[in-house]
Design a protein around this ligand. Structure first.
Ligand code: MTE
Length: 313
C-alpha cells in the first residue's frame, strides 16, 4: 500500500479525490468511519492530491514503515519507537495556530485557514538528523512563506518563533516531576530562512495525512538544517525582532546552535558530522557522505554569505 511509485506519480490516479477538511470533519463525527468507507477511503488517513515540485530530490524515499516507526518526538518519550507507540492518543482535530507578534493580521487561525488544499505539493527531502543518520521522506506541504504572507509581517519582523503543543494529558513525557527538556518545544528561524521556498509546513507524507508521530497536523520542514529544527505539531508562530530561544540550544548551547545548518565540516563536540548512517540501508550498507547544507548549498548558501559558519553553527 505504501510502495513508492516514483516522483511523478499522482495519488489521485489510484485513490478517489478526497477533500481534506471535509474528511477531517467526517471523522470528527460519530458516523465518520461509515462515511469514510462509503467514499472508498481507508480509515487510517485522508489522502491528498499534490503537484510535484522542482525542489524534490530524485533519491528513493525510505519505506512508510521506516518513516513512521523510527522517530524523534520527545513529548512521547526518548526511544525511537516511543512516538509511534504513544502518539495515537493525541487529539489533532480541531487544531488552531496562534499567529502573533510583529504582524499586521495577528489572530488564532484554524487549520483550514492555513492549509489551502490546492497549494499542496509533494516535496521529497532528505532529513538529516544531528545524531548522524538520515532518511528520505516524501512530504506533502506548502511554503511557510504563504502563511507568513497571510499574516503580513511588519517592518520590525526579523525572526520567526515556533511552538509545539503543551498538553501533558496526551503527551506522556511532559508529565512528571523530572523533565529533561523544558516544554513546550520551541524553535526559530531568521525571517529570510523562513521565507525561503525550500522551507515548508508539512501536513502529510506519502500522499496521506501526517501520522501523529511525525508531527500532525502541521509541522515545519527545513531540509538544509538538522532535523531538530523541523518542529512538530505547531500551535504558535510568532514574528519577533530578536533571535528566539530554541529548545536544544537552551538545553546544551555548546552542542546545538541557533542556525544548525547541516555542515560536514563542523563536528558536534561529541561526534563527527562528516558522514551519516542511512536508515533502512541494512547493516552492511556504507555510510553516506554528508553534504554541505544537506545538498542545498546552491539554493541557500547566499543566506549565509560573510558569516563564519564555525561560530554560527
Ligand atoms: N518537534 C518536537 N515538538 N519535539 C521533538 O522531540 N524532534 C526533532 C524534530 N521535531 C522533535 C521535533 C528531531 S530531533 C528530529 S530528527 C525530527 O523532528 C524527526 O522528525 P521525524 O520523526 O518526522 O523523522
Amino acid at each position: 500500500m505504501h510502495r513508492w511509485m516514483g516522483p511523478r506519480f499522482k495519488y489521485s490516479e489510484i485513490t478517489p479525490k478526497e477533500v481534506y477538511f471535509s474528511r477531517r470533519q467526517l471523522l470528527a463525527g460519530a458516523g465518520g468511519l461509515i462515511a469514510a468507507h462509503t467514499t472508498g477511503a481507508t480509515a487510517s488517513a485522508a489522502t491528498f492530491e499534490t503537484s510535484p515540485s522542482r525542489w524534490s530530490i530524485d533519491d528513493r524515499p525510505n519505506s512508510y514503515d521506516d518513516i513512521t516507526s523510527y522517530n524523534n518526538f520527545y513529548e512521547f518519550g526518548y526511544d525511537k519507537a516511543d512516538p509511534k507507540r504513544h502518539a495515537g492518543q493525541l487529539t489533532t482535530d480541531p487544531w488552531s495556530v496562534v499567529i502573533d507578534g510583529k504582524v499586521r493580521r495577528p489572530g488564532t487561525y484554524g487549520l483550514e485557514d492555513i492549509v489551502k488544499p490546492a497549494s499542496l505539493e509533494e516535496r521529497i527531502y532528505r532529513l538529516r538528523c544531528v545524531e548522524a543518520w538520515s532518511m528520505v521522506i516524501p512530504w506533502v506541504g506548502f511554503p511557510l512563506a504563504d502563511v507568513l504572507a497571510m499574516a503580513d509581517p511588519d517592518s520590525g519582523a526579523k525572526y520567526v518563533a515556533f511552538e509545539t503543543l503543551y498538553r501533558p494529558e496526551e503527551m506522556p513525557a511532559q508529565r512528571g516531576v523530572f523533565q529533561s527538556l523544558d516544554w513546550p518545544y520551541v524553535e526559530g528561524l531568521r525571517l529570510d530562512e523562513a521565507m525561503h521556498p525550500l522551507t515548508i509546513l508539512a501536513v502529510g507524507l506519502y500522499g496521506e495525512e501526517l501520522p501523529n508521530q511525525n508531527g500532525a497536523p502541521l509541522r515545519l520542514v527545513v531540509p538544509w538544517k538538522y532535523g531538530f529544527k523541523s518542529i512538530k505539531s505547531i500551535v504558535r508562530i510568532s514574528l519577533t525582532d530578536t533571535e528566539p530561544p530554541t529548545t536544544w540550544n537552551l538545553q546544551a548551547p555548546r552542542e546545538y546552535g541557533f542556525y544548525s545548518n547541516v555542515n560536514p565540516e563542523v563536528s558536534h563536540p561529541r561526534w563527527s558530522q562528516a558522514t551519516e548512517r542511512v536508515v533502512g540501508g541494512g547493516l552492511l550498507s556504507p555510510r553516506r557522505d554528508t553534504e554541505m547544507f544537506n545538498g542545498y548549498a546552491e539554493a541557500v548558501g547566499s543566506l549565509y554569505s560573510g558569516m563564519d559558519l564555525k561560530k554560527n553553527f
